[in-house]
Ligand binder design. Structure first.
Ligand SMILES: Nc1nc2c(ncn2[C@@H]2O[C@H](COP(=O)(O)OP(=O)(O)OP(=O)(O)O)[C@@H](O)[C@H]2O)c(=O)[nH]1
Ligand SMILES: [Mg+2]
Length: 474
């Protein structure tokens, strides 16, 4: 694997105006480069333009001072810290300069550092170095990305689990277990070559151990789904005929008057999309234009947009109006869609303050769904219950469970799936009485896939792709 030893630099804070901005360097030349432009306040009297000062900072101590350009002009007033290898983020020497925020100011300092010989870091290069230098494994490196992108406190905690090595630990445990099985098989195969009978007991034992591995992988994949929701948001779409109260529900969940609500059917014409934090679960919530058969030109386009949103959704909140009861239009809308098997549907009977013509269980018969909830956005009845049902539907206690939820990057999930497929093949082969050395081919395949997750066997290209998804400066 390529290991670049040059000194890299980047602005590590996000672009835009801020109170402070941080410039970070990593590499053995970091201190040398910075001592050509940074002068601690206590050295100001000794400073001569163009001369390096003989300042040796203590590791992890903050120094107050100034950045000077080549003509001896003060560029900024800063706090300077030097962190000596190996106990740093990258395991290399690191310097951080806390300057004033603002893009011009930070760029000026960055350019000075580049002139003195540092190279602009690629996206994710600091974290990549942490990985290459063995401070973290690949799963932990990818968790840094999830951490940065977390949208709620719970998403953050799930990403933290990855960073703390919970996923790596589980993957390593599974690899270890597979390696043990492989070595047991080798012993058995050797026996077989000596024309000794295969021990039926040991075949059963291997089968049971493979089943256990398979179950552990299934658990990981379940967590993956939940982690994805925590990371990307649960794609939730409110739909129904005009005037049922879709926008009222949207505003309620947002705790903000975001959508226009009127008694005129056809008020909402565009899709509205916002993130909502629902008891720690991020919802990517979409309000749609009411569906009706005889809509005008604008409404027809709105309905096309809605249709697409519905196809993409994880959760559909299909609203009915208790004051009108179930109408033909409701049936027409419901039947317009081919809901997918992994989509959850909650039927919401709104405006129960006005009338309650339809019984809950009848509704469930008319519109197959996961749950029926009666609410009134006017009186507030049923709203708390609805929120609880949504969270419970996707996390059924796991969210608060001891094990917690893991955020798996798409790459990691795919590799676990691949490994699980190998295990299933191995189990099938075993059940069909195939010889053990055939089975061991599948087990090696699974072992390799798991190894790619933590970065044991991985090529440079894959590594490049993984880290290119980071922002510059991380
Ligand atoms: N009585 C009563 N009125 C409600 C309730 N929820 C919403 N409304 C009223 O119903 C009307 C329509 O509400 P909206 O939220 O705009 O309905 P919508 O489904 O978004 O309508 P379109 O955008 O036209 O499709 C408004 O006058 C709301 O005040 C409720 O629970 N009870
Ligand atoms: Mg509306």
């Amino acid at each position: 694997m390529d290991v670049d030893n040059d000194t890299i630099v980047a602005i590590s804070t996000p672009p835009g105006e801020g109170g402070i901005g941080i410039i970070r360097l990593s590499g053995s030349d970091s201190l040398n480069i910075c001592s050509q432009i940074f002068v601690p306040s206590t050295y100001l009297k000794k400073y001569e333009v163009g001369k390096k000062i003989s300042f040796v900072p203590v590791s992890k101590k903050l120094y107050y001072g100034f950045i000077f350009d080549e003509e001896g002009k003060k560029v900024d007033e800063v706090l300077f810290s030097y962190m000596k290898a190996p106990f740093t983020y990258t395991r290399e020497d690191i310097v951080e300069i806390n300057a004033h925020g603002g893009i011009v100011c930070l760029n000026n300092i960055l350019n000075l550092i580049l002139k003195k010989g540092a190279r602009l870091a690629e996206p994710g290069e600091f974290t990549k170095r942490a990985f290459i230098n063995g401070r973290i494994d690949l799963v932990q490196a990818e968790s840094v990305l999830s951490l940065i992108r977390a949208k709620t406190e719970k998403g953050l905690r799930a990403a933290m689990h990855g960073l703390e090595g919970k996923l790596s630990g589980e993957v390593k445990r599974l690899r270890h277990e597979l390696a043990l099985i492989l070595s047991d098989i080798e012993v058995d195969v050797d026996f077989a070559h000596e024309d000794l009978d295969l021990d039926v007991g040991s075949v059963n034992d291997i089968r049971q151990r493979l089943i256990n591995i398979n179950n552990s992988m299934a658990r990981l994949l379940k967590k993956r789904k939940q982690g994805k929701i925590l990371q990307d948001g649960l794609k939730t779409v409110i739909l129904g005929k005009p005037n049922v109260g879709k926008s009222s529900l949207y505003n309620y969940l947002l705790r903000e008057e975001r959508a226009i609500v009127t008694e005129i059917p056809g008020t909402t014409r565009d899709l509205l999309i916002e993130y909502v934090n629902l008891k720690g679960v991020p919802l990517k919530l979409t309000d749609t234009a009411g569906f009706r058969k005889e809509g005008d030109k604008v409404e027809k386009i709105g309905m096309q947009y809605s249709q697409k949103a519905v196809e993409d959704a994880d959760l559909l909140l299909f609203m009915l109006d208790a004051s009108t009861g179930v109408t033909d239009e409701d049936r027409w809308i419901y039947n317009k869609f081919n809901f997918k098997e992994d989509q959850r549907i909650i039927i919401i009977l709104n405006k129960i303050d006005l009338a309650n013509q339809v019984m809950e269980n009848e509704i469930g018969d008319i519109f197959p769904c996961d749950k029926v909830v009666e609410i009134s956005l006017l009186s507030g009845d049923g709203l708390e219950e609805l929120e609880g049902i949504i969270v419970e539907m996707f996390f059924s206690g796991d969210l608060y469970g001891e094990e917690g939820v893991l955020v798996l990057e798409a790459r990691q999930g795919e590799l676990i799936k691949k490994a699980a497929a190998h295990i299933k093949d191995a189990l099938n082969a075993l059940n069909n009485g195939m010889p053990l050395d055939i089975i061991s081919i599948d087990l090696r395949g699974a072992l390799d896939s798991l190894g790619e997750i933590t970065g044991e066997n991985l090529d440079d290209d894959v590594l490049g792709i993984i880290f290119s998804r980071f922002c510059i400066g991380k």
